[in-house]
Design a protein around this ligand. Sequence first.
Ligand code: PM9
Length: 459
Amino acid sequence: MEDDWSQAEPFRIKVVEPIRRISRAEREQKLREAGYNTFLLRSEDVYIDLLTDSGTAAMSDWQWAGIMQGDEAYAGSRSFYHLQEAVADLFGFSLVIPTHQGRAAENILFTVMVKPGQFVINNMHFDTTKAHVQHKNGIAVDLPVPEALVPTDQSPFKGNMDLDRLDEFIRTHGRDRIAMIMATVTNNSAGGQPVSLANLRGIRKIADRYGLPFFIDACRVAENAYFIKKREPGYQDKSIRQIIREMMDTADGITMSGKKDALMNIGGFLALRDGELYRQATVWAVLFEGFPTYGGLAGRDLEAMARGLYEAADEGYLAYRVGQVAYLGQRLKEAGVPIIEPPGGHGVYIDARRFLPHIPRDQFPAWALTGELYLEAGIRTVEVGTVLAGRDPATGENVYPELDMVRLAIPRRVYTDRHMDVVADAAARVLARREEVRGVRFTYEPPLLRHFTARFEPV
Ligand code: PM9
């Protein structure tokens, strides 16, 4: 029953936020005004907002009650200790530094651990993680398994790191050139695909062989644990909380964006085992984020985050959550929309080169598709493709990634499956008239992180 994605949402809706769909003519105008960039649309002009699953969750009544009970002391607030207890209880780390969001935990960790010229090896870095490595003059290396880049490959753990390449990379470059190994669970840049416990244990073994630290980017840890329970032999009868703990036991610490699997609208933390590392990290935490018991957050945020961590580790919630993503994936597949298979934990990714084969890569098919989905039904999505990949600094040429994708990221506990039907039907209608869809070209291209503020026009 828990497995069945047709089961209804495991909550009643107590508060609603009205949304509206503006007319097609208005959407055309808004998209033109936004330079054909969905980041530059106002959310009130969006009907179904699948831009990100980050910071967009609906909090529960228990979390809202925690907001009222937050202890707003500058130092040593009760709510900090509640967060610390939750992290110790669920993840097994006794040392916690709250941060205003996930990338701030990355900033502190890499400031302490990455020396100029050192590598950080990840299954696949998320953009902010990579940027923070580079900001410390480190070099970010991705070592995904090959199947991660094959859209129709049905392997259960396409988020895994390639362990052979990991070992070879360390041997080639020498352990002193490696600052740390990291695993991102689930692997967002590869379509929200999970990492197996066998893979995490394999990374730990290699880390131990060379005496290297191993950290987990844990922002979607609960969704990843659900996939382990469903797909990895030997875990069917373990609870989500047991699996989360086994995952965490492989690592020296984690960075966490509370905006994902802590069901928060803001917040994050760094969690560690080692007292000396913690002491070094707190120095930078004070400088970047604030006193180490509040870390850029209000007591009420700490309280709600502690509660959100427990709620996200609930198996019934996860069955609904991952089930809703699977439901959208299934509906899209039935309509003939090419997607990255199997669907990941937090969203469905459309394979835009197969969707729009007539649009050349330098006219950004995935970007063009984000505009069409907005025009068709007011749906906001995001490109994870050539525009995001940017240019090669040496040649100035576009970097063409293996996959040009459109991400449909589903906010947690926000939309019903009826909304998912609207999304699937709209994508099917665009597919039916895909020959009409044109590519786009830049009218303004910023030099860095171009996807956020670039402007385009149809070719
Ligand atoms: N991820 C996302 O939409 C939000 C920011 S970009 C629009 O997927 C991983 C795996 C992430 C992530 C954010 C962060 C940073 C770290 N790791 O956004 O700083 O997916 O809380 O987390 C976004 P913060």
